[in-house]
Design a protein around this ligand. Structure first.
Ligand code: AMP
Length: 635
C-alpha cells in the first residue's frame, strides 16, 4: 500500500481511515519518505483552533527549492521541467530542463541578494505567464524572501493596494505582455502603482514585448544584464518549516483583499502530495495546468506541486481563443499532453464553438482531465468528458481555495468513480463537516449545509498577512473548532460532495473570486453615485456575472444612463481590473434595507437571478416599497 500514490478505491478508504485515525503518523510518513529536509521535525503537528494556530513539522528545516530543483539534478538534470508555449504559435516553444531552471533560479536569486533582498523581505511579482515568472517565484524561495504574486490583469490601484499591504520592497515585472492579439504595457501600470508605494526600492524589468518603457534611474533595472553577471551557484537559505513562503491575495466579502500566508514545510508537503494523487503523474508525462500563476492553482499546480514531483509542467502564455478556438487542443497534440487541468468557464466557452476545433486534433495522449475554480455544470462536465476525454480520461472536479493551499476534494482518477458536478470525496487527511445555521454538524447523507473542515491539514494558510484577527474572524468564528470555507455543499447518498457555491458575498466570476465590497467601493467613487449593491447572477459562460443595483445622487439624475454605465465600468477597471466589470447595471430609486440599515442582498440576488416570485417576507424592511419598483425595472 502506498499513501503517496493511491491505486484502488479500497486503498483510498484504507488510507483515508488511517489519515483520520492518526494524522500525525500519516503526514509524518509522507513527509519523511518523499521530501528532502535539512533537519527533521520535533513534532508533526500542534494546533489550537481557538487562537487559531497551526504548526506543521515544527523544528524541521528545509528549502522548498532544494525539493523542486536540486534533488532532481542527479536523475533528471536533462528532463524538461518547464515547457513554455508562447502566446504566438509561430514562436518556438521552450524546453527548460531541471538543470537550466536550477541555474536560472540561482542566478536571479543572486541578483535579488545583490539588490539587498534578504530572508523575510517581501517581493511583489507582477509578470505575465512567461518562464521568468516561475524563475522569480523560485528565486525568492531560494533566498527565503516571501513572494507575493499579483495577477497581471489587476489594475495599478489594485496592484498598489497589494504592494503596500505586505510592504514589498521590490517589484519584478516586464515591459509588457502578450494576450492574444493584444499587448499590455505592464511597466506603465507598475509605474502608476508605485506613485502610491513609497516602500518599493527596486524594480527589476524583464524584456518581453520590446516596447519603449520609462526607467526611473536607480530604481528600475533591466533584469537581463544583471543575470548575465550573476553566478549560477546560490546556496539555498535554510528555512524553518513554519517560516512564510509566500503571500497570495484573495478577495473577501468585505474590506481589502486578504494576504493569505503559506509556510514552507506544510505547503510543500500538501501541494506535492495532492498533485501526485490527483493527476496520477508518471515519470515521462507532460502535465498542463492552464491557470495563471497569479492564482493559487498556478502556485500549487504549475510550480510547486509538479516540480516537487520532478514533473514536466507546461506553462502557456496565451488565451484559449488565439489564434482560434482550437489553440488548447493544438497544444495538447503538439506536446502530447497527458494531464490537462482547466476551469469550467474555459470549458463552457470552448463548448460553444464548433467541434471541428477539437476534432482536427489528436488528443489521444490525454489520461486525466481536471477542472477547478467554480462548480462545473452538468452540460459542461459531459462535454468535457465526451469531446475532450473521449470518455477515456476521468474528469477530476477538484475543489480547493487560496486558503487551503491545495486540493481538498477530488476524485482520484481511475480510483474514484466520477459523478457529473460532484467533486466526490475528500482527499486523505481532509476531514469535512457540513454545518447548519445553528452551528450543529449535519450528520448522515443526502444533506446539505455549510462546508467546514474540522481538522488541520498541512496546506492550511496560517494567517492573513498583518491581520491575524481578521483571519480568526473570517474563518474560525462562524463554527467553533473548525475552519469555515464560505461555501455550501451537499453530500449525496454515497457520501460524495457537491459544492453548491458561495454562501457569503463573494461571487465566483469565470473562476475568479470577486469580493463585492471592493467593487462597490470603486463605484461609490463616482460623483453621481449615492449607493450601490453588487450581486451575482447565473451566466452561461462565466458561471456567474455581476449585477449592480445603483442609486444616483440628485446631481446624477438627469444623466444619460448608458454613459453612466460605461463610466462606472471604467472606474471598476481602474480600481480593480477589467475582470470585475459589471454585466448589468440597473439604476434604482432605492435599495431594500433592513431596519438597521443593511442592504438586503438576498432580495437583490433573487431579482438579478429572475427569481423574484420567491422573495419571502419583505414587510419587515425599512422600505418595502422600493422592491416592486426594482422588479419592474430589472434588466
Ligand atoms: P480561490 O481562493 O480564488 O481559489 O477561490 C476558491 C473558491 O472557488 C471556493 O471557495 C469555491 O467557491 C470555488 N471553487 C473552487 N473550486 C471549485 C470546484 N471544483 N467546484 C466548485 N467551486 C469551486
Amino acid at each position: 500500500m502506498s499513501h503517496y500514490s493511491i491505486k484502488h478505491i479500497e486503498e483510498y478508504y484504507q488510507v483515508y481511515r488511517k489519515s483520520v485515525r492518526d494524522p500525525e503518523l500519516f503526514w509524518g510518513e509522507i513527509a519523511e519518505e518523499h521530501f528532502l529536509w535539512r533537519k527533521k521535525w520535533d513534532r508533526v503537528l500542534s494546533y489550537d483552533f481557538s487562537k487559531p494556530e497551526f504548526k506543521w513539522f515544527e523544528g524541521a528545516q528545509l528549502n522548498i527549492t532544494e525539493n523542486c530543483l536540486d534533488r532532481h539534478l542527479t536523475t533528471r538534470a536533462n528532463k524538461t521541467a518547464l515547457l513554455f508555449e508562447p502566446n504566438n504559435p509561430e514562436e518556438k516553444a521552450q524546453h527548460i530542463t531541471y538543470k537550466e531552471l536550477y541555474e536560472r533560479v540561482c542566478k536571479l536569486a543572486n541578483v535579488l541578494k545583490q539588490k539587498g533582498v534578504k530572508k523575510g523581505d517581501r517581493v511583489c511579482i507582477y509578470l505575465p505567464m512567461i518562464p521568468e515568472l516561475t524563475v522569480s517565484v523560485l528565486a525568492c524561495a531560494r533566498i527565503g524572501a516571501i513572494h507575493s504574486v499579483v495577477f497581471a490583469g489587476f489594475s495599478s490601484k489594485a496592484l498598489a493596494t497589494r504592494i503596500n499591504d505586505c510592504d514589498c520592497e521590490m517589484v519584478i515585472t516586464s515591459d509588457g505582455s502578450y494576450r492574444g492579439h493584444k499587448t499590455i504595457d505592464l511597466k506603465a501600470i507598475v509605474d502608476e502603482a508605485l506613485e502610491q508605494c513609497s516602500g518599493v526600492k527596486n524594480v527589476l524589468v524583464v524584456k518581453r514585448i520590446n516596447s519603449e518603457v520609462s526607467m526611473t534611474p536607480n530604481r528600475d533595472f533591466w533584469i537581463e544584464p544583471l543575470l548575465k553577471e550573476a553566478s549560477a551557484n546560490c546556496p539555498a537559505e535554510i528555512m524553518d518549516a513554519e517560516d512564510p513562503l509566500f503571500v497570495l491575495y484573495t478577495s473577501g466579502s468585505t474590506g481589502t483583499p486578504k494576504g493569505m500566508v503559506h509556510t514552507c514545510g506544510g505547503y510543500m508537503v500538501y501541494s506535492a502530495y495532492t498533485f501526485k494523487n490527483v493527476f496520477r503523474y508518471e515519470e515521462n508525462d507532460v502535465y498542463w495546468c492552464t491557470a495563471d500563476i497569479g492564482w493559487i492553482t498556478g502556485h500549487s499546480y504549475i510550480i510547486y506541486g509538479p516540480l516537487a514531483n520532478g514533473a514536466t509542467s507546461l506553462m502557456f502564455e496565451g488565451v484559449p481563443s488565439y489564434p482560434d478556438f482550437g489553440r488548447f487542443w493544438e497544444i495538447v497534440e503538439k506536446h502530447r499532453v497527458n494531464q490537462f487541468y482547466t476551469a469550467p468557464t474555459a470549458i463552457r466557452a470552448l463548448a460553444k464553438e464548433n467541434l471541428k476545433f477539437i476534432e482536427s486534433h489528436d488528443l489521444s495522449s490525454l489520461k486525466v482531465l481536471g477542472t477547478v475554480g467554480e462548480p462545473i455544470n452538468e452540460e459542461a462536465w459531459h462535454w468535457y468528458n465526451v469531446n475532450v476525454g473521449k470518455k477515456r480520461s476521468p474528469v477530476a472536479d477538484s475543489w480547493f481555495q487560496t486558503e487551503t493551499g491545495g486540493i481538498m476534494i477530488s476524485p482520484i482518477p481511475y480510483v474514484t468513480a466520477t459523478k457529473p458536478t460532484y467533486a466526490t470525496l475528500p482527499l486523505p487527511g481532509v476531514q469535512l463537516a457540513l454545518m447548519d445555521e445553528n452551528g450543529d454538524e449535519i450528520k448522515g447523507n443526502q444533506v446539505d449545509g455549510r462546508l467546514c473542515i474540522k481538522y488541520p491539514w498541512p496546506g492550511i494558510a496560517r494567517t492573513i498577512y498583518g491581520n491575524h484577527k481578521r483571519y480568526k474572524d473570517t474563518y474560525f468564528s462562524a463554527f467553533k473548532g473548525m475552519y469555515f470555507t464560505g461555501d455550501g455543499a451537499l453530500r449525496d447518498e454515497t457520501g460524495y460532495y457537491r459544492i453548491t457555491g458561495r454562501v457569503d458575498d463573494v461571487v465566483i466570476v469565470s473562476g475568479h473570486n470577486m469580493g463585492t465590497a471592493p467593487i462597490e467601493d470603486a463605484i461609490n467613487e463616482h460623483p453621481a453615485v449615492a449607493e450601490s449593491a453588487i450581486v451575482g447572477f447565473p451566466h452561461d459562460i462565466k458561471g456567474n456575472a455581476l449585477y449592480g443595483f445603483i442609486t444616483l445622487k440628485e446631481t446624477g439624475e438627469g444623466r444619460d444612463h448608458n454613459n453612466l454605465r460605461s463610466e462606472i465600468n471604467q472606474l471598476i477597471t481602474e480600481y480593480i481590473g477589467p475582470i470585475a466589470k459589471l454585466d448589468k447595471i440597473q439604476f434604482t430609486k432605492g435599495l431594500p434595507k433592513t431596519r438597521s440599515g443593511k442592504i438586503m442582498r438576498r432580495i437583490l440576488r433573487k431579482i438579478a437571478s429572475k427569481d423574484s416570485e420567491n422573495l419571502g417576507d419583505i414587510s419587515t424592511l425599512l422600505n418595502p416599497e422600493v422592491v416592486q419598483d426594482i422588479i419592474d425595472t430589472s434588466l
